[in-house]
Design a binder for this molecule. Structure first.
Ligand code: NAD
Ligand code: ZN
Length: 379
C-alpha cells in the first residue's frame, strides 16, 4: 500500500480553463479512487488530434475547466473498492474507451463498444458519483474521456485501464493507448487486406501512418497515401506507403484518380482525416465487387455522408471503427507485445518530446501539422 493511498494528492496538472487558450499548469487536488476506480501516476502522455478538437471546441461542445489528455502510460498508485484485476505498481495504459466485461458488447466477439464505458466526450465526471475527482481550492475541474492524462495523477475507471508487460518502455508504448492502435487495428481488424492487395490511406497523420503500418504487416503490395499536406509524403515512405496522391494536384475527384491508378479501385481504404469529403472519397475509391472502406476520423458533428446507393449495390462495403476494434483490456496488452517482439515499430511515430511545463508546445506543433507524436514527460 502506498503512503498516499486513501489521501487527497496535490500535484501539477495542465488545466484548459477555456476553449483555445493555452493550458495553465496548476496545483490540483486529486481525490482518492472510489468504487471500481484506480488512481494512476502518469509518467508519459502524448497529444492526439482529439485533444486539440475538444480544446479548440470549434466544431464540438466541450466542458471547461477541464484536464485533457488520453494517450498516456503510467503506474497504478492506489485502487478503489471492488478492483481486483489491478494492483498498486502495475504498469498500465489508460484508454478513452473501456471494457466493463459484463455488457452485451463486451460479451460479443465483434464489438468493443462497451455500453458502460464507451467514449463519452461530454461527460466531465466519474460514473460512480457523477462528480469529478479533480479540484482547485474546492472548485471542480472536469475530466476528459475518462482519462485526463495531462496531470501527474489521475483517476480512471478500472475498466479503462490495460495492464501491460512491466518491461515495456512507457515513454514509447504510451502512444499505443490511442492513435497508433486505432490506425493499426482499423487495417488489421476491420479492413483486413489480403496479401498482395492494394490499400489507400486517407490522411497521413499518426493514425493514418499506423493504418499504413497495418497494411505493411498484412502484406499489402500497394499502399497509396492521400493527403493535402505534401510535407507528409516524405515521412510516409518510412511507413510502407508506396505511392502518393495530393487531391490538390488534380482537377478531378481523388476517387477517380485512384480508380485510374488501380484499374477500377483499391481493394481496401482507410480514412484517417476527420473530413467528410475525404470519407466519401475513401468509400468511392474502393473496387466494386469486393472493396471495403473503413472510416476512422472523427467528423464535424453536423457532417452528413452522401453517396449514391448504387455504390453499395455494386458490392462495396463501408465500415467505421473506434479504437481499431480493439477491446482495451483484453487486446491492448498484445499490441504492446507486438512492439516488444519487434513486429511493430513505435519509435518512428515519436518525432518530438517536451517536458510537462512546455505542454503548449505540443499543441503548437500539432496545429502547424509538424511531426507525428510529441511525448510529454511528466517528470
Ligand atoms: P492528424 O491531424 O495528425 O492527421 C490528419 C491528416 O489528414 C493530416 O495530415 C491532414 O493534412 C490530412 N487531411 C485533412 N483533410 C484531408 C482531406 N480532405 N484529404 C486528405 N487528407 C486530409 O490527425 P491524427 O492524430 O492522425 O488523427 C486522424 C483522425 O483520427 C482525427 O480525426 C482523429 O480525431 C481521429 N481519431 C479517431 C479515433 C477512433 O477511434 N475512431 C481515435 C483516434 C483518433
Ligand atoms: Zn461493457
Amino acid at each position: 500500500m502506498s503512503s498516499t493511498a486513501g489521501q487527497v494528492i496535490k500535484c501539477k496538472a495542465a488545466v484548459a480553463w477555456e476553449a483555445g487558450k493555452p493550458l495553465v499548469i496548476e496545483e490540483v487536488e486529486v481525490a482518492p479512487p472510489q468504487k471500481m476506480e484506480v488512481r494512476l501516476k502518469i509518467l508519459f502522455t502524448s497529444l492526439c488530434h482529439t485533444d486539440v478538437y475538444f480544446w479548440e471546441a470549434k466544431a464540438q461542445d466541450s466542458v471547461f475547466p477541464r484536464i485533457l489528455g488520453h494517450e498516456a502510460a503510467g503506474i497504478v498508485e492506489s485502487i478503489g473498492e471492488g478492483v481486483t484485476e489491478l494492483a498498486p505498481g502495475d504498469h498500465v495504459l489508460p484508454v478513452f474507451t473501456g471494457e466493463c466485461g459484463d455488457c452485451a458488447h463486451c460479451k460479443s466477439e465483434e464489438s468493443n463498444m462497451c455500453s458502460l464505458l464507451r467514449i463519452n466526450t461530454d461527460r466531465g465526471v466519474m460514473i460512480n458519483d457523477k462528480k469529478p475527482r479533480f479540484s482547485i481550492n474546492g472548485k471542480p475541474i472536469y475530466h476528459f474521456v475518462g482519462t485526463s492524462t495531462f496531470s501527474e495523477y489521475t483517476v480512471v475507471h478500472a475498466g479503462c485501464v490495460a495492464k501491460i508487460n512491466p518491461l515495456a518502455p512507457l515513454d514509447k508504448v504510451c502512444v499505443l493507448s490511442c492513435g497508433i492502435s486505432t490506425g493499426l487495428g482499423a487495417t488489421l481488424n476491420v479492413a483486413k487486406p489480403k496479401k498482395g492487395s492494394s490499400v489507400a490511406i486517407f490522411g497521413l497523420g499518426a493514425v493514418g501512418l499506423a493504418a499504413a503500418e497495418g497494411a505493411r504487416l498484412a502484406g499489402a503490395s500497394r499502399v497509396i497515401g492521400v493527403d493535402l499536406n505534401p510535407s507528409r509524403f516524405e515521412e510516409a515512405k518510412r511507413f510502407g506507403v508506396t505511392e502518393f496522391v495530393n487531391p490538390k494536384d488534380h482537377n478531378k475527384p481523388v476517387q477517380e484518380v485512384i480508380a485510374e491508378m488501380t484499374d477500377g479501385g483499391v481493394d481496401r481504404s482507410v480514412e484517417c482525416t476527420g473530413n467528410v469529403d475525404a470519407m466519401i472519397s475513401a468509400f468511392e475509391c474502393v473496387h466494386d465487387g469486393w472493396g471495403v472502406a473503413v472510416l476512422v476520423g472523427v467528423p464535424h458533428k453536423d457532417a452528413i455522408f452522401k453517396t449514391p446507393p448504387m455504390n453499395f449495390l455494386n458490392e462495396r462495403t463501408l465500415k467505421g471503427t473506434f479504437f481499431g476494434n480493439y477491446k482495451p483490456r483484453s487486446d491492448l496488452p498484445s499490441v504492446v507485445e507486438m512492439y516488444m517482439n519487434k513486429e511493430l515499430e513505435v519509435e518512428k511515430f515519436i518525432t518530438h518530446e517536451v517536458p510537462f511545463a512546455e505542454i503548449n508546445k505540443a499543441f503548437e506543433l500539432m496545429l502547424k501539422g509538424e511531426g507525428l507524436r510529441c511525448i510529454i514527460r511528466m517528470e
